[in-house]
Design a protein around this ligand. Structure first.
Ligand SMILES: [Zn+2]
Length: 60
Protein backbone atom coordinates (compact mmCIF):
# COMPACT_ATOMS: atom_id res chain seq x y z
CA UNK A 1 0.00 0.00 0.00
CA UNK A 2 1.21 3.48 -0.75
CA UNK A 3 1.83 6.02 1.94
CA UNK A 4 -1.32 8.05 1.69
CA UNK A 5 -1.47 8.71 5.41
CA UNK A 6 -1.59 12.42 5.04
CA UNK A 7 -2.71 14.36 8.02
CA UNK A 8 -5.98 16.06 7.53
CA UNK A 9 -4.61 19.54 7.52
CA UNK A 10 -6.97 22.32 6.79
CA UNK A 11 -5.68 22.87 3.34
CA UNK A 12 -8.66 25.01 2.60
CA UNK A 13 -7.58 27.53 5.19
CA UNK A 14 -3.84 27.38 5.07
CA UNK A 15 -1.22 27.53 2.40
CA UNK A 16 2.25 26.16 2.86
CA UNK A 17 4.65 28.65 1.43
CA UNK A 18 8.35 28.08 1.60
CA UNK A 19 7.96 25.87 4.64
CA UNK A 20 5.79 28.37 6.43
CA UNK A 21 2.13 28.03 7.11
CA UNK A 22 0.11 30.97 6.04
CA UNK A 23 -3.53 31.70 6.40
CA UNK A 24 -5.41 31.97 3.22
CA UNK A 25 -7.69 34.91 2.96
CA UNK A 26 -11.29 34.13 2.65
CA UNK A 27 -13.83 35.95 0.63
CA UNK A 28 -17.10 36.75 2.27
CA UNK A 29 -19.88 34.79 0.59
CA UNK A 30 -22.29 37.57 1.31
CA UNK A 31 -20.61 40.76 0.18
CA UNK A 32 -17.44 39.52 -1.49
CA UNK A 33 -14.89 41.36 0.62
CA UNK A 34 -11.93 39.79 2.40
CA UNK A 35 -12.74 38.27 5.74
CA UNK A 36 -10.56 38.41 8.80
CA UNK A 37 -9.45 35.40 10.76
CA UNK A 38 -10.09 35.33 14.48
CA UNK A 39 -9.19 32.79 17.08
CA UNK A 40 -10.13 32.84 20.73
CA UNK A 41 -11.70 30.68 23.42
CA UNK A 42 -14.83 30.38 21.35
CA UNK A 43 -12.94 28.77 18.52
CA UNK A 44 -11.76 29.80 15.12
CA UNK A 45 -13.80 31.89 12.83
CA UNK A 46 -13.81 34.11 9.83
CA UNK A 47 -15.39 37.44 10.26
CA UNK A 48 -16.34 40.00 7.69
CA UNK A 49 -15.95 43.51 8.99
CA UNK A 50 -18.15 44.85 6.26
CA UNK A 51 -21.37 42.93 6.63
CA UNK A 52 -20.54 41.18 9.93
CA UNK A 53 -20.93 37.74 8.49
CA UNK A 54 -19.29 35.17 10.75
CA UNK A 55 -18.23 31.73 9.65
CA UNK A 56 -17.23 29.38 12.44
CA UNK A 57 -14.51 26.93 11.60
CA UNK A 58 -14.53 24.85 14.74
CA UNK A 59 -16.43 24.76 17.96
CA UNK A 60 -16.06 22.74 21.09
ZN1 LIG B 1 -19.27 40.46 4.11
Amino acid sequence: MSKEGKKRFRSALYIIEGGRIRLKNRICPRCGSIMGYYRDAGGERWYCGKCHYTDFISRR
